[in-house]
Design a protein around this ligand. Sequence first.
Ligand SMILES: Cc1cc2nc3c(=O)[nH]c(=O)nc-3n(C[C@H](O)[C@H](O)[C@H](O)COP(=O)(O)OP(=O)(O)OC[C@H]3O[C@@H](n4cnc5c(N)ncnc54)[C@H](O)[C@@H]3O)c2cc1C
Length: 383
Amino acid sequence: MSDFDIIVIGAGPAGSAAATWAAKHGARVALVDKAAFPRNKLCGGLFTERSRNYYREIFGQNFDLSKSVTRHDIAFWHAGAELAVLRDIPPLHLTMRLDLDNTLFRHAIDAGAVDFSGHPIAQISDNAVTFKDGNTLSAPILIGTDGVNSIVAKHLFGAAFYTETIGFGLEIEVPKATQNPTKNQLRIDFGALTWGYGWSFPKQQCTTVGVGGMRAPNPDIKAQMRHYIDTLGLDPDAIKFKGHHLPFGDFRKTPGRANIVLAGDAAGLVDPITGEGIAFAMKSGQIAAQAALDALAAGAPETTLTRHKIGLRDMHKNLRIARTLRRIIFAPRWQETFTETFRRSETVRAMYMRLLAGDLEYPQLARAVVARLPRYVVNAFRR
Ligand SMILES: Cc1cc2nc3c(=O)[nH]c(=O)nc-3n(C[C@H](O)[C@H](O)[C@H](O)COP(=O)(O)OP(=O)(O)OC[C@H]3O[C@@H](n4cnc5c(N)ncnc54)[C@H](O)[C@@H]3O)c2cc1C
């Protein structure tokens, strides 16, 4: 007899969603994290309406917005010039991950998951985890939601990600009391990185400033971050920033093996255009949990991966289309064309906005792009 039905490894948005969903549906769940909560996570903390909808569905309540800032306006910049300011856009909620993740983690424990946070793992096998203190937990199904540096992915595939295709982000929290870098503008800067962008997200106590994008074409991201900070009127030498990998379109076609499945960043589920990952982490956690519940009900834990892959089909399809479309936005040879089109076309701006706000799915966008944009952009798909 195993100690639990499911061990969820990693209690970020993906793990807390998986543990909540599985525990709510009667499974015996262990929720493991090396960190004790509340803990921080490097992130812009942009929580879209897509996230809000998934949150409601998975956690069974409305997201409490009292600690967030909700904005209905955004500015887009390129190379130090303002391209456009959009108003009356779908709401964008700016959260602090310390609060957000703690809330999600508490929901999982309230749903009945057993708390193994603050327990670093020494070893993983196909049916068990052993902690550094020597204690072991066993279960027929493991869900790996331990982020971009996933030790579960390493156990399965030998490495957590591929260095050529992974993304990277650098960020700082600028305290509101000391300076306000962009006159309180919620701001996106195209071109702050090659194959990526910069952001400035005003929150209640601070402004989160960062750059993120593909790692390989940006060998000196720190210099680019310093330059970006400088363009915002901040002193780059006075600010220490932190970095974190980001699976920016680097999703795993096979997210697991038999009874072990991956979700969230561990499965590479981050939007390759907007960098949104929280919504996909929560949703894929729920999908993994449902696959585990169905496999347990069938008495066949080894079928969890097959079920999980079926559950992820729509998400994978969206991410595949996004990866194709991002050439138009980020490829250096198309960047000027894109920013020019963005400045002139209200339709393109509105679409990008709906995408960022989680209000538009990629198949819809792809159809609109093919129908509306000039032929040379269409040709970019074929290269
Ligand atoms: C700079 C930057 C900015 C971003 N901005 C946004 C944004 O504004 N909006 C958005 O939607 N997304 C954003 N993202 C993406 C988003 O942060 C991730 O997609 C999201 O956090 C993924 O959730 P997760 O639960 O899969 O992983 P994580 O949030 O990384 O959680 C993983 C958990 O696993 C635990 N863990 C790790 N290793 C182990 C181990 N060995 N043993 C046990 N536990 C372990 C960690 O402590 C952590 O609690 C950003 C990412 C970066 C890097």
